[in-house]
Design a protein around this ligand. Sequence first.
Ligand code: OGA
Ligand code: MN
Length: 298
Amino acid sequence: MSIDFENITDHTGVRIYNFDASKNVNENDLNEIKKLMQDKHFICFKSQKLDENSLINFSKNFGNLESYPEKNKTKKNIQIFNVANVSADGEHLSENDPRVVLQKNNSRWHTDSSYRFYPALYSLLFGKETLPKKASGGQTQFSNMLLAYKSLPDDVKEKLKPLHQVHSYNDIRRLEPSLPELSIDEKRNFPPVTHPLIRVHPDRDMKKSLFFTSNTSLEIGGMSFKEGKDLHSWLVNFISNEEFYVTHEWELNDLIMWDNRVLLHRVLPYDYSKYRRAMIRGTIEGTNPVYGPFSQIN
Ligand code: OGA
Ligand code: MN
């Protein structure tokens, strides 16, 4: 390995100190990064100097970027999502601004773009403005769903096998009723989809993981709404276990990158009106639908 890294835990995450993501990456380094992502699912690159364009350039090494043409999410480049309680022009937004409400929704365990038929592969998030050390909250947590699946009781594994969750961009409004209605285009672009609760990973020896989200819809296909919500709450409780997750304490200019197929993530709530927090995100498109135990993979 020519890239030095340190493990965060034995199952999830590494930190890399001596790497400049604003420069072109050579093939050897790129392969090492991809291997680390495959093995550890989360990388924090310390002390980066990035802007929208250089984040896009670095992200493109891993695939095509998703676009976010929706109003207010982006300013210059539609591939960059402003994950911030600050507008793209730098104005600290009020707590009730829909852009901030979307940030609050990120404090529920989720995997990015699960409302798409091909959910996201990787997300890359660069910390432009982070909270002062004395502030509470603002950390991002990542829970390892390969590990969580392995730890499930056998009868639960059996019960989950045929089930799918409904993922609906529109249904965020059930959780956050103050959000404005979606535009007609958004509704057309993102009709509800379902994904298996158990995800099968062909590129990981057909290993299985849990795959669900708490920030869009809570419905489970084939169950009553109440039964589905109860199962969902059980799963949330099960994976919110320190055995499975790591906590990223942000420092200015961290670039973090995670595998959405394997990890769920959430931000810990902070005082949105007191502190500014601004990040930019590039998101790598998934390359296939979510395979489950009954999918025809080949
Ligand atoms: C995201 C996200 C969490 C955070 O950008 O997808 O969920 O810590 N962010 O802001
Ligand atoms: Mn997210």
